[in-house]
Write a protein that binds this ligand. Structure first.
Ligand SMILES: Cc1ncc(C[n+]2csc(CCOP(=O)(O)OP(=O)(O)O)c2C)c(N)n1
Length: 635
């Protein structure tokens, strides 16, 4: 009835878009009724029955679709793109696949905490072509995670029929490929769906492992209302109309004298009255008034970092790599719910040996070797966060984060702004060139994340900050990209506190103080700047180590520009679109009155990173830095 009402409102221009689930209702209804109320469901765009089945008030649902504040996203996202932990529902993002892995994360947390719960996630047959489907199934299978993957096979992905989407016949064929069970159900038979889910869920609660359920069904309306159904053969429409799940169930109940026509009429009248009431409430609500401050603030989950600096801790000499290891180990001790995941991180200790010995101390539940599934693992991080568990995820090399990019920039970064769900995930990124490792093991890709609201980006240049910033990143409930430079791992050491401490996120530091110029930099740039300045006997520089790139320390930058009036922004990343461009522009706009020279930049060439050491050195900015400083001093 809500569906029919929405179609009317759409025609009247009162709502902007509608993704109809008419013809597929039995799958949502059978599923939601078969589960316990505190078991998570991750629905798609045609699963209205999950939302109504979990008794979400109509007025809130309608307010959500109208972009009103009393909806679930403060007017920030549309249609079914929202979650509500109160109702144990996590909505999709437009990209379809990512929630499959988020479901794994929730189910993993349930399993680790022995909650005896299943998690259900939906996908269409079209969305199942995405890589995330494979990754989420694979990880769930390997880790015996109790996720129920429901594939709603309605024969089309938008206008593309199944035979142009995949070659196999049935999704049940996929079960054996992943080493898991797969069952097909008549998705238009609500009792069959209900019985099947109830039975498998009962088994999975006792014996956690994933399952695929292929629900055969048909979409009776267009992909979204405006796109129509011209591409669907008429006979197919007619055949499936006969199998309409709602009228079939209604006839069944009438035939078996379970209900009467009077009951139906009465129920429909009540529902229609509830719908009208909900709509009136939603329409009566004012449209949101924008507050720029609130919009900006809400990109991050609220958190005030209390810097921890133990006064009397003994110091030990630690290499940069050991400092990272130390910070991670102490955080695992401090947060018993913290999970560490990555490729080869368990018994092998990670390719850089940062987690050597961790399995012995924390066990394999918490120190988790992952399959080669970056995207799924990052999605799992968000799922753990929904269950209030922190996670640290190691990219084997920062370069490989591309395979998990979607989860980071579209899911982790945006979920707090969209529906108030924080992503308590730290992604460790072994980064940087200088080790002759070629284009795919050397990249500096911090700018990709610097550009993404909702993330924090930190980049320590020394052992002290490496430990303190990692601990701070883990404390912070927001998603943090933690860059660690591979060249520094074993080439730099320092005396640092043995005790747990944190370094303030968002705070730069002056590494050296000088008079003539400012070099604003981070990571390897700090060391290149220090080395270059030793060649200038008569001149001194403020070398500012940003340490945090997002949000970066504007006050520290302003102070040094005001002091010296001459600035170079230096970074290892390529010049074009690098962080230096943003900082330079900000200085130009906000500190113009202090400048005695144009803001200069030095950075790597705008090329891929070459393998041969001579080419690599030419690529990096170090060799050009002396001349740039000289040019600035003499401007
Ligand atoms: C990554 C991505 N590519 C394309 C789209 C556009 N799109 C939205 S739904 C859809 C079809 C999905 O088909 P299916 O998964 O079978 O679900 P159905 O709509 O049939 O229920 C497409 C192509 C998208 N949202 N995300």
């Amino acid at each position: 009835m809500i569906e029919k009402k929405m179609l009317i409102l759409l025609r009247q221009g009162k709502i902007s878009k509608w993704f109809s689930g008419i013809g597929q209702e039995a799958i949502s209804v059978g599923t939601v009724k078969a589960l316990h109320e505190d078991e998570y469901i991750l629905p798609m765009h045609r699963n209205l029955g999950i939302f109504t089945g979990r008794n979400i008030p109509y007025s809130k649902l309608f307010a959500q679709w109208q972009g009103k504040l009393s909806g679930y996203t403060n007017g920030r996202d549309r249609s079914f793109h929202f979650g509500t932990n109160e109702h144990h529902i996590v909505g999709m993002i437009s990209h379809l696949g990512p929630q499959l892995s988020v479901a794994d994360g929730i189910a993993l947390s349930c399993k680790l905490n022995n909650e005896k719960k299943v998690t259900v996630v939906f996908t269409g047959d079209g969305g199942a072509s995405q890589g995330e489907f494979h990754e989420a199934l694979n990880v769930a299978a390997v880790w015996d995670i109790p996720t129920i993957f429901i594939v709603e096979n309605n024969g089309y992905g938008l206008s593309t029929p199944s035979n142009e989407q995949f070659k196999f016949k049935n999704f049940t064929d996929k079960g054996p490929g992943y080493g898991i069970e797969a069952i097909r159900v008549d998705g238009n038979n609500v009792l069959e769906v209900y019985d099947t889910i109830k039975t498998v869920a009962a088994k999975m609660r006792k014996n956690p492992k994933p399952i695929i359920i292929e629900a055969m069904t048909f979409r009776m309306r267009g992909h979204e209302e405006a796109s129509g159904t011209k591409y669907v053969p008429k006979e197919l429409m007619e055949q499936w109309a006969e199998k309409d799940p709602v009228s079939k169930f209604q006839s069944y109940l009438l035939k078996n004298k379970i209900i009467t026509t009077a009951f139906i009429e009465e129920l429909q009248n009540k529902i229609m009255a509830d719908i009208e009431e909900g709509l009136n409430t939603a329409y009566a609500e004012d449209i949101p008034v924008a507050s720029t401050e609130t919009e900006l603030d809400d990109m991050y989950a609220p958190f005030e970092q209390k810097v921890i600096s133990p006064a009397d801790s003994p110091l030990s000499n630690k290499r940069y790599v050991d400092a990272i290891s130390d910070g991670l180990r102490q955080s695992l001790e401090k947060y018993p719910e913290l999970i560490f995941m990555g490729q080869d991180v368990a018994d092998y200790g990670g390719v850089f040996k940062i987690s050597e010995g961790f399995v012995e101390q924390f066990g394999k539940d918490r120190i988790r070797n992952t399959p080669l599934c970056e995207s799924a693992i990052i999605g799992i991080g968000l799922g753990l966060s929904i269950k209030k568990q922190k996670s640290v995820i190691e990219m084997q090399f920062a370069d490989f984060v591309t395979c998990g990019f979607n989860q980071i920039v579209n899911n982790l970064a945006k979920s707090h702004y969209r529906w108030g769900q924080n992503s308590d995930v730290v992604i460790r990124m072994p980064t940087g060139a200088g080790v002759a490792a070629g284009p795919y093991h050397s990249q500096s890709n911090e700018a990709w994340f610097f550009h993404t609201p909702g993330l924090k980006v930190v980049y320590p240049s020394n052992p002290h900050d490496a430990k303190g910033l990692l601990a701070a990143a883990i404390e912070d409930p927001n998603p943090v990209m933690y860059f660690e430079h591979k060249v520094l791992y074993r080439s730099l050491d320092a005396d640092i506190p043995d005790a747990y401490y944190t370094t303030e996120i968002g705070k730069a530091v002056a590494v050296t103080e000088g008079e003539d110029i400012s070099i604003i930099t981070y990571g390897m740039g700090v060391h290149w700047a220090k080395e270059a300045m030793t060649q200038f006997e008569d001149h001194t520089a403020d070398i500012i180590d940003l340490r945090t790139l997002l949000p970066w320390d504007k006050e520290a930058v302003r102070a040094t520009v005001e002091k010296t009036g001459k600035v170079i922004v230096l970074h290892e990343d390529c010049m074009t679109g690098g962080i230096g461009g943003e900082i330079s522009a900000w200085i130009g706009e906000n500190c113009f009155q202090y400048l005695d020279a144009p803001v200069m930049r030095e950075a790597s060439l705008d090329t891929a990173i070459p393998f041969a050491p001579t080419l690599e050195q030419n690529f990096l900015p170090k060799g050009r830095l002396y001349d740039k400083i000289d040019q600035l001093i003499n401007f």
